[in-house]
Ligand binder design. Structure first.
Ligand code: HEC
Length: 213
């Protein structure tokens, strides 16, 4: 739990810094989305030219076949466990065989559109209210993503709710994450993936145990 604690401090620290910044700038109020850059804002002072490009949800250029994200994560699927794919470090990732999207990624599409799209826009493309998560996941790491989803975040004029106790979100947080990765890297387009892999017995068992906890 130590990692989570320091992450919480980091996230809190970043939003406090953003708040302080917003209060100091009397002449120029940063747009809400800018403050939403959170950790990025703490690293890069908002006054620096090009700070907007450092936003967590700013567009990211990915070339075809690129397997390393701007955050350093290698998205190559290496192992499968409980019906979900993981990279060499055990971080959830997606797997696409031809046009067939693995079940967890497909399910992430559904869960995202049930719980997140009202604020973050269809297909993780963002809205005037909340950032484009298809880009956020290429910059934030998996643990930062989890932390925000679990604990929520207070924006300048907006709120990211905490979902840590909502099983309909929390039991599928990895699916939502890998779906956003798959779309953010351009490996799947907008809309519902046409073809999906089997829902395995291991996936079902894991799902049942999570939902009954
Ligand atoms: C009620 C609206 C709302 C809903 C629903 C919502 N979010 Fe958010 N979310 C926000 C807002 C607003 C922010 C930006 C907060 C800030 O300014 O720091 C945000 C920020 C985030 C971030 C940080 C992004 C970044 O670039 O820093 C992540 C990750 C995130 N949300 C994930 C999710 C996921 C996953 C779901 C669905 C399970 C979800 N959100 C549902 C409003 C929402």
């Amino acid at each position: 739990m130590k990692a989570i604690t320091s992450l919480t401090a980091l996230v809190l620290g970043a939003s406090l810094a953003a708040t302080a910044l917003a209060q100091d700038t009397t002449t120029q109020t940063p747009p809400p989305a800018e403050a939403g850059a959170g950790a990025a804002a703490a690293v890069e002072p908002a006054a620096t030219p090009g700070a907007a490009a450092g936003k967590t949800d700013a567009p990211v250029e990915m070339t075809e076949g690129q397997t390393t994200l701007p955050n350093g994560m290698d998205i190559t699927p290496v192992t499968q466990e409980n019906g979900r794919w993981y990279n060499a470090e055990g971080i959830p990732t997606f797997k696409i065989d031809g046009k067939v999207v693995d079940f967890a990624t497909f399910n992430g599409f559904r869960r995202y559109h049930a719980e997140c799209h009202v604020c973050h826009g269809p297909d993780g493309e963002g809205s005037t209210y909340a950032p484009a998560l298809k880009n956020s996941v290429l910059r934030m790491d998996y643990y930062q993503f989890q932390e925000v989803v679990a604990s929520g975040r207070q924006g300048t004029n907006s709120v990211m709710p905490a979902f840590g106790t909502n099983k309909n979100v929390w039991c599928y947080v990895d699916d939502i994450y890998v779906y956003l990765l798959a779309h953010g890297t351009g490996e799947i387009g907008r809309g519902r993936p046409a073809e999906r892999g089997e829902k395995t017995d291991e996936y079902k068992a894991q799902e049942e145990s999570c939902m009954s906890m």
